[in-house]
Design a binder for this molecule. Sequence first.
Ligand SMILES: [Fe+2]
Ligand SMILES: [Fe+2]
Length: 359
Amino acid sequence: MPDPYAPARSAIASAEDVSRRAHANTLLSPKFYSTDYAAMDRLDVGAVRAEWDTMMKEYEGDNNIDHFQRTPEFAAEALRLPDALRQEFLDFLISSITSEFSGCVLYNEIRKNVENPDIKQLMTYMTRDESRHAGFINQSLKDFGLGVDLGGLKRTKAYTYFKPKYIFYATYLSEKIGYARYITIFRQLEQHPDKRFHPIFKWFERWCNDEFRHGESFALIMRANPKLLTGLNVWWIRFFQLAVYATMYVRDHTRPQLHQAMGLDPETYDYTVFRITSEISKQVFPITPDIDHPAFRRGLERLFEISTAMSAAKARGGLLGGLRRAGLAVAGVATFARLYLLPVQRHDLPAQIRMAPAW
Ligand SMILES: [Fe+2]
Ligand SMILES: [Fe+2]
């Protein structure tokens, strides 16, 4: 979706700039969520008990306990980045830390507010992982002299209330797309180590296995409660799939330097990530967007054009800029609606739910 309220693109040069970006509450920026904890408490995963217990053993094994330790090369590489690339890389780090920390805050709030032993244990493990991820990115931001005050962010960022089912759809997708993004970058830089402009990318392989497992947890919760995956809810699934894909597409296309530096074309990269995410999400969702439909591709391109025009109108300001933005907002909604109504692909759900991170 285009973003009528996005701050005009400006340089990230101070702790205040970082804080403003992390606090931004726009269509494209990562959000913080609250939910119905009593409903979370009532969840029953009995129908998937065997797969659930295997997953819990994996969490308990904690195979990434020693992974998130930085090395001296982090600080050295940070100094070498050319300015334009540094800006996009910082933007990438800030949106990544905000979404990692968003998971951390949400999972921790659920953990504190439920008695249900299955859910409480799951949330404890996922909070542990996300707090490691956010802390690790924050150390990298500090190499640029720019950390995020995570405690302050938790207190002052706006929270969006989502019913549990929307949390499941959105969080499942963001965990799985997070896996797909990190593994695609990792594989590219494994093949082209000369394009690895910062050491943090070497951490992505084991890191994204955490995200993959977080996604598995939500897949099991939804499969244990099949009403979430049928009837009118399928229209909600469709909405979240499109919203997550479209947001990623627009965001990535606003960072050309970052992708170029890694030798990735944003278009090819995004469709690779969509393909992986859609393939994985067949474990739980009965539909996936038809990403090869020419109208789907055109629609996403159009959303990016609208978003770019929106930033320009915002920068121009004044009455004309305001009118232009209102027109663009209507065009954005219409484009999104057309995408939403395109044909989708349908699948039967597999008997065995869990998948291995095999990409
Ligand atoms: Fe994470
Ligand atoms: Fe995660």
